[in-house]
Ligand binder design. Structure first.
Ligand SMILES: [Zn+2]
Length: 117
């Protein structure tokens, strides 16, 4: 199994050093972990609501998506689209921390939204 850090170094050559890749993985893990479970800080995650459903408060969905993204990250799969396998455009993580699909595969209504994948 590829470590999340090694997956990052391979997927985005030249963008990271060993140290910055390790930091990025840790920050992303923390960001996702903060959205999981009953104690999660959901208000932080629902500022703009879900574009697909229009629902502003969707903590359970946020938690589910974050859990899924965290599992893929830990499995070394966090840089690849789960549908087509393409490397995710790096900037996608800034807009959608729980992204697991590329913008071509994600539901059109969810592209560019902050918490829906
Ligand atoms: Zn894709």
């Amino acid at each position: 199994m590829v470590s999340p850090k090694d997956a990052l170094l391979v997927a985005y050559p030249g963008r990271f050093t060993l140290v910055t890749a390790t930091s990025w993985v840790q920050v992303r893990r923390d960001l996702l972990a903060a959205r999981i479970g009953p104690g999660a800080d959901w208000p932080l995650a629902v500022s703009s609501g879900c574009a697909a459903t229009g629902v502003r408060l969707h903590g359970a969905a946020v938690s589910r998506d974050a859990t899924h993204a965290l599992r893929r990250l830990d499995a070394g799969l966090g840089t690849a689209c789960e549908q087509c396998g393409a490397t995710l455009v790096f900037e996608r993580f800034d807009g959608v921390p729980a992204a697991v699909r590329c913008t071509g595969c994600a539901p059109r209504s969810a592209v560019g939204t902050r918490w829906c994948r």
